[in-house]
Design a protein around this ligand. Structure first.
Ligand code: ATP
Ligand code: MG
Length: 180
């Protein structure tokens, strides 16, 4: 499984549609301060279901919608699509290419799509759990996160290792089953 493409429109500083192609190897994003590098990382976490506006560096979810600039009007819709190659069937879904889309409107309405079909947030979280790519996963390490991992409580650290080892999904299901 690997990232193929990220399509972003109306999200944070990206008023126009941008498309980032991830070619095999290492992709680096470079640019001056404030040019939108971290916004790309935020877009990936957001499309994977991030619910905390604060962790996306905003006060409320609406803050992720392009708010306008000197030359551009604000928009009413933010949309991000992440496309992954799944030819090795690493994600437990019978498709060689998987796309996840999230939309949010200024009215507060929002939707998630999996391969262009409306789905629930829960479906996306389940699909990516244990893949290493969930929104809290070990594969996205933001600025300052390394210190946080090293200094966090042992139970928190354990969760990171459990996701890496692929057992978090089963633990989560067990807790849900017990609470039923
Ligand atoms: P640094 O090198 O300082 O880490 P960066 O390239 O990571 O910078 P980002 O934090 O990704 O920069 O981008 C910040 C920019 O995004 C700011 O200019 C901010 O005004 C803009 N921005 C954030 N949210 C919105 C929004 N809702 N509408 C318009 N612009 C936004
Ligand atoms: Mg940054």
């Amino acid at each position: 499984m690997f990232l193929k493409r990220l399509d972003v429109v109306g999200f944070k500083s990206f008023a126009d549609r941008i498309s980032v192609e991830f070619v095999p190897g290492v992709t680096s994003v470079v640019g001056p301060n404030g040019s939108g590098k971290s916004n790309i990382n935020d877009a990936i976490r957001w499309v994977l279901g991030e619910q905390s506006a604060k962790s996306l560096r905003g006060a409320k979810m609406e803050d992720i919608i392009f708010a306008g600039s000197d030359t551009r009007k604000a928009v009413n819709l933010a949309e991000v699509t992440l496309t992954l190659d799944n030819t090795n069937q690493y994600l437990p879904i019978d498709y060689n290419e998987v796309s996840v889309t999230r939309r949010v409107y200024r009215s507060g309405d929002s939707e998630y799509l999996l391969n262009n079909q409306t789905c629930r947030l829960k479906d996306i979280i389940e699909l990516f759990m244990d893949s290493g790519l969930g929104k809290e996963s070990f594969s996205i390490i933001g600025q300052g996160r390394i210190e946080e991992i090293l200094s966090s409580k042992s139970e928190e650290r354990r969760k990171i290792f459990e996701e890496a080892a692929g057992v978090l999904k089963y633990k989560t299901r067990k807790v849900k089953a017990e609470n039923r």
